[in-house]
Design a protein around this ligand. Structure first.
Ligand SMILES: Nc1ncnc2c1ncn2[C@@H]1O[C@H](COP(=O)(O)OP(=O)(O)OP(=O)(O)O)[C@@H](O)[C@H]1O
Ligand SMILES: [Mg+2]
Length: 364
């Protein structure tokens, strides 16, 4: 009888599903698993953390001033203090806005639901129209919405429910969804309503708004909102001396945590490649470092190789080897990292061997 190589995993076909799964599951030692998990959880306190903490501290001071007078002398005496303020955090995707804020809230004691300074954190709906935003806030407050409510009813409920639950700080992330409305009138309505929350005489609110730079445009066009806000920019890192030093710090920091040594790796070169490959988006850069070190740990080595970064980057970006900024012989400075998954250029063109500028061995 004619034989066919079917490549069928006959043993697997006979084995019970859970046993089959267990056999295919890659094994990790508990120590490696713990180190990998620790890498993912580790927070890197970057230079701009302090600016963020300072601004949030100012916001808390502002609330405390209001609260002290309102409690001691009554609402009628708070005068011009009777108005909340906002901190606006802007940065490109992956710069670390959400994680930095989450960390700052925890550091400032704003995550304790019984505390006066507890912050309610929500993500703006997409697109961020007024009614949906209100519904998101009500849902986060645990308010049970039984039927489809009108926008004005939603927004009558929001301040009442915030007051009822003693919430003074509201964080709205992904606020750039406002611009998805493509409707300046609706966007203005949202801005006006946010101002209204801050100016509510019975229950003024203090806001933290975060999002991509488009959010800044919306606020810049609304002077009343702008006047009540202070700004924190989480800019992308650049190839300047200080930023490259910060990237090296990230590398030493995470390697130290994982018990790995960077000896033998061209750390300056690696920092420049990381900076280029991630467009200086610090959070994203940290993710690449974590993924690369995870490869090192998995292979039970004590020293990461450039190849670990190459593999981590390929997995994270889906790029072709010719466009992998960590690959040996690639002119990484010329790689358009925004266009590596499905490059617009003729793929054959992109795959043509390029002139070597600088050679870094994979195993360096
Ligand atoms: N300081 C940090 N230490 C460790 N990990 C970080 C740090 N900052 C960001 N990260 C990680 O980087 C990734 C991107 O960060 P984050 O989600 O905060 O970015 P973002 O600016 O909010 O992006 P987006 O606009 O897409 O929501 C996340 O996995 C986050 O855990
Ligand atoms: Mg975010």
């Amino acid at each position: 009888m004619e034989k066919h190589d079917t490549n069928l995993d006959t043993a697997g076909a006979e084995a019970p599903a859970n046993e089959k799964g267990a056999r295919r599951r890659r094994k990790r030692s508990p120590e490696i698993a713990a180190l990998q998990a620790m890498l993912k959880q580790t927070y890197y306190p970057h230079a701009r953390n302090q600016t963020l903490l300072d601004q949030l501290n100012n916001l808390l001071d502002d609330f405390e001033d209001y609260d002290e007078i309102a409690t001691k002398l009554g609402l009628s005496r708070v005068g011009q203090l009777n108005e909340g303020r906002a901190v606006v955090v802007v940065g490109e995707s992956g710069t670390g806005k959400s994680r930095s804020l989450e960390r700052a809230f925890a550091d400032l004691g704003m995550t304790n639901p019984t505390d006066k300074t507890f912050v309610l954190s929500i993500q703006a709906p997409s697109p961020c129209n007024l009614k949906q935003l209100g519904i998101k806030i009500l849902e986060a407050l645990g308010y049970w919405i039984q039927r489809d409510l009108q926008e004005n009813v939603v927004w009558r409920l929001v301040p009442d429910q915030l007051a009822l639950r003693n919430i003074r700080f509201l964080h709205i992330d992904e606020m750039q969804h406002l611009t998805q409305l493509n409707n300046p009138v609706e966007a203005l309505k949202v801005c006006d309503t946010l101002k209204g929350l801050m100016q509510n005489t019975n229950w003024p609110m203090w806001l933290i708004l975060s999002g991509m730079p488009k959010l800044a445009n919306v606020i810049e066009n609304d002077f009343q909102l702008r006047r009540r806000s202070t700004f924190v920019r989480l800019d992308q890192l650049t190839a300047c001396k200080e930023d490259l030093k910060e990237i090296r710090n990230v590398l030493y920091n995470f390697c130290g945590k994982a018990g790995l040594s960077l000896d033998g790796l061209p750390v300056r070169e690696l920092a420049s490649r990381l900076m280029h490959g991630t467009e200086g988006r610090l959070g994203y850069l940290i993710e690449v470092v974590q993924a690369a070190l995870s490869v090192t740990l998995r292979e039970e080595r004590k020293t990461p190789l450039m190849g670990d970064f190459e593999r981590a980057y390929e997995t994270k970006t889906g790029c072709h080897p010719e466009q992998n900024v960590f690959a040996d012989g690639v002119q990484w400075q010329d790689v358009d990292v925004r266009n590596t998954l499905f490059p617009d250029d003729d793929i054959e063109e992109a795959r043509k061997p390029k002139k070597r500028r600088r050679k870094v061995s994979r195993g360096a």
